[in-house]
Write a protein that binds this ligand. Structure first.
Ligand code: A2P
Length: 300
């Protein structure tokens, strides 16, 4: 992705380290407009993405992607396993937003054999010549076997950055001991209720940025009484509070919605700050014990 701001608001080239937000954790560099993070490989990733998990291929997905881009989102997160890459590509073209202003992620489906061959199929479906980020969707068959194919995908220019998803600290460390190009991303389920503090801290120490999928708990966390109390106190919606918490914990957030008004709501998270007290109240909702695992129960 070109070094451009993800929404109006000035140049994105000056980097500012974020304050130490999780104890003694290493700091992450964000762009001057506060909307993108600089990855360990030097590429910039917009902090807010539209997630399209479970959005069926077809008009619903095309519209969601087009609306998001029209609203100023500059990052779309799809996957081979979602079956909707064709619609993501269509939505991108329909939006009229230039390709080089949009960050596109797709994920290698690891019950297939060859990441390098599969990314080329993804590119055909998406109608683009590269993706910005290509990640192993889950560590099926172990954390290391697919990595050489991921590296080849990057070397051949099919993906600008490469990373992983659903990797625990142990799996990440296995991979890191066995490779030439380190992953720059680990995408995991993350929210105040899944505050994987040890995983987050270890990833930051290894210069691996964490991305939060299901930051709204697939909608469940929006109804929580304590989240609603914080939202009332700060005059925001529960969704905005949950997403803002992720930003202040150095995460890239991927809320999923197919509703225009919710996309608008979910994008209004850069113009307020949660106090230390509100952050602590949300931190206390964690049910994982601050784990370094990626999930409480693997689904693969
Ligand atoms: P929908 O797609 O019908 O708008 P998560 O991002 O944690 O996976 O959560 C996604 C779920 O939360 C979806 O069911 C989505 O519904 C819903 N959702 C997304 N944004 C909002 C919002 N601002 N208010 C209420 N529900 C939302």
């Amino acid at each position: 992705m070109a070094a451009k701001p993800s929404a109006p608001g000035g140049p994105a080239t000056t980097l500012v380290p974020t304050a130490g937000r999780v104890g003694a954790m290493a700091t992450a560099a964000v762009t001057a407009d506060g909307r993108a993070r600089v990855l360990a490989d030097g590429n910039e990733i917009p902090l807010l993405a539209l997630g399209v998990w479970q959005v069926p291929d077809g008009p619903e997905c095309v519209n969601a992607v087009r609306w998001a881009l029209e609203l100023g989102y500059r990052h779309i997160d799809t996957a081979q396993a979602y079956g909707n890459e064709t619609s993501v590509g269509r939505g991108l073209r329909d939006s009229g937003v230039p390709r080089d202003e949009v960050f596109i992620t797709t994920k290698f489906q690891p019950n297939r054999k060859d990441p390098e061959a599969e990314v080329q199929r993804s590119l055909e479906r998406l109608g683009v010549d590269h993706v910005d980020l290509y990640i192993i969707h889950w560590p099926a068959g172990g954390p290391t076997w697919a990595w050489p194919g991921m590296e080849r995908a990057r070397e051949r220019g099919f993906a600008r950055s490469i990373g992983v998803s659903n990797f625990s600290l142990a799996e990440l460390d296995q991979l890191l001991s066995d490779l030439t190009t380190p992953p720059v991303i680990n995408q995991v389920q993350f929210s105040p209720f899944e505050f994987r503090r040890r995983l987050l801290q270890a990833c930051e120490e290894r210069r691996v940025a964490l991305e939060a999928y299901s930051p709204l708990g697939t909608g469940r966390h929006l109804r929580d009484r304590r989240v609603r109390q914080v939202a009332e106190r700060v005059g925001r919606t529960p969704a905005q509070v949950l997403l803002r918490w992720c930003l202040q914990r150095n995460l890239v957030v991927l809320p999923k919605s197919t509703h225009h008004e919710r996309m608008v709501e979910n994008a209004r998270i850069f113009d307020f700050t949660l106090s230390a007290e509100d952050m602590a109240a949300l931190d206390a909702l964690d049910r994982t014990g601050g784990t370094d695992r990626a999930l409480e129960h693997n689904w693969w």
